[in-house]
Design a protein around this ligand. Sequence first.
Ligand code: F6R
Length: 241
Amino acid sequence: MKIIKVPDYQAMSEKACELVMEKVNTIEKPVLGLATGSTPEGLYQQLIKKHHHHEVSFKNTTTFNLDEYVGLSKQDPNSYYYYMQEKLFKHIDIPREQAHLPNGEGDNLQANCQDYEQLIKAAGNIDIQLLGIGLNGHIGFNEPGTSFSSRTHIVELDESTRKANARFFSSLADVPSKAVTMGIGTIMESKQIILLVSGEKKSDAVTRLITGEITEAFPASILQKHENVVLIADEAALKDR
Ligand code: F6R
């Protein structure tokens, strides 16, 4: 795992932007894996800025988001679909049909998961997968205990994850209890993984990620086995190192 230590959140976002742009500008048909949450927002702002300055185009890019809540419509401001439109897609030139998220709606969620896996495969797998990390070590919505060989699947969200995400909802009760997420096996097939971490509250998780035992009890620990992971973390997140 390559570790890039940066002073703060802004520098983390700028460094990540540089790496993403490098790929998007050199690969003919780049495939990006995207994340939501607080961590990548600064990166998305940087990408939008660079796009407006004509330094990057996403016309040939295909994207796959990590996860989506079950039962929230696309118009729901808390759905990840809505988040991606607002924070990135509507500001750049990616053709809408090339930007994919797991589908958490409908009667056959299992079929949705299989379709998503097929789409990723058909696109030739992910060139760069962006990841954040949960305090409990989750990646995507793969909570502790998830099999390392899991594919896109439905998950029951941990109480701690629902609490952490309640800040975006009007109350904890409104946070969905289920989500669709790319599996750990799916994520591990990405050619490169860029993991972003900022803030002191993530420092324990970062230590465990880098040096802890590789165990399904801490999903992010599997990244130690991936041959091309770049961790971009700020000083606060790396305070113990
Ligand atoms: C988001 C995702 C999650 C987050 C993680 C950290 O698509 O898959 O694993 O990356 O929960 O969230 P933040 O960035 O809000 O601290």
